[in-house]
Design a protein. Structure first.
Length: 349
């Protein structure tokens, strides 16, 4: 009560002595000191609460404006930019160079470039009325990291060549193009759709084997000989399939991991594995001499920051609780020598 009276009136109106036995002037000094410290504590608390938000704003601003190290990457938005010419050339060399696929017994080898495999698979999808989304064919994983990374990375370090293919909801697409709704009787469920996806993948490899070896395989033989992994997930939030083609038993062999996605809640773990390079221009134009921009997107949401993390060997993520075995994977990356990003260092503190 006395402190309130002091704050609202002058020092002369305070009693000559206080309940603590201090003189009026000494008591006033104590009160002033308390009020100053209380104000400073409140300011510090507010600064801490707004620190994370200001860091996010600063990182977002840097993603757009900072071009000191990566000024050749042209950003269209926080999450999207175009590859510079040297990286486009690197990408062309990668997807147009032949890779060797071997069967389980290592006695039948197939040689095909990633681009030619995608062209064949796209034709099989079209034959079965499986509609790929616009900009829906993308290079991902270690292959995309190799294309975006610095010159110290080599193709020999890549065993799995990874693709994401985003497809349309069948009923929606059929209505858009005006086909009779009865036509989608065999596409009326997700399971039927992914049965057609698997048939397309089987037929693609079966024809490739026949063209290169003259051997006619049944679909079951294709699966048992060339498909290392088969997986389908259909839940409320997840709807996708994954096949891994080829058995990597020695250097020089590759496997193709093809993920066909109807919907998925999360497709990356960290900023450095969130890159997707859009390959559709290569499937609609001749490779030689085309000048169409090749775009890169970061599922992390900040493409410039993700590239910075890649080049500086740092690690960052968002909502790690949604990553399968997220804590284990994060600690594993730290054990490999990668460093937390500056923003995550601050969050740890």
């Amino acid at each position: 009560k006395q402190r309130t009276e002091w704050n609202s009136q002058t020092d002369k109106m305070l009693p000559q002595t206080t309940p603590t036995g201090l003189t009026t002037s000494t008591y006033s000094q104590k009160i002033r000191h308390y009020n100053q410290n209380h104000y400073l504590n409140q300011s510090t608390s507010k600064n801490r609460s707004s620190k994370h938000k200001s860091n996010q704003d600063s990182r977002r601003k840097n993603s757009r404006n900072n071009t000191n190290n990566h000024n050749t990457f042209q950003l269209e938005s926080d999450a999207r930019g175009s590859l510079p010419r040297q990286n486009v050339a690197k990408l062309l060399n990668f997807i147009d160079s032949k890779a060797i696929i071997t069967n389980k017994t290592n006695n039948l080898h197939l040689s095909i470039s990633p681009l030619k495999l995608l062209e064949r698979l796209k034709l099989e999808f079209q034959a079965r009325k499986i509609f790929i989304k616009k900009e829906g064919i993308r290079l991902v994983g270690s292959s995309a990291t190799y294309v975006i990374g610095n010159n110290s990375s080599t193709r020999s370090q890549i065993e799995d060549i990874d693709f994401n293919i985003y497809i349309e909801e069948p009923a929606v697409k059929l209505k858009q193009i005006g086909i009779d709704s009865n036509f989608d009787d065999y596409l009326d469920s997700v399971n039927n759709l992914f049965c057609l996806v698997l048939q397309s993948e089987e037929e693609c490899i079966r024809k490739l084997v026949a063209d290169q070896t003259g051997i006619e395989l049944s679909p079951r033989s294709v699966i048992s000989n060339y498909f290392k992994e088969l997986l389908k997930v259909t839940t409320t939030g997840e709807c996708w399939s994954l096949i891994s083609i080829g058995h990597v038993d020695q250097a020089g062999y590759h496997s193709f991991d093809i993920k066909v996605i109807l919907k998925s809640s999360r497709l990356y773990a960290f900023s450095t594995d969130s890159f997707e390079i859009i390959l559709d221009p290569f499937l609609s134009h001749p490779i030689k001499g085309h000048n169409t921009p090749i775009y890169i997107e970061s599922l992390y949401g900040l493409v410039f920051e993700s590239i910075t993390h890649l080049h500086s060997n740092r690690i960052s993520t968002r909502t790690p609780e949604t990553i399968r075995r997220g804590i284990f994977r994060y600690c594993l990356e730290l054990a490999k020598g990668r460093l937390p990003s500056n923003s995550e260092k601050e969050s740890f503190q």
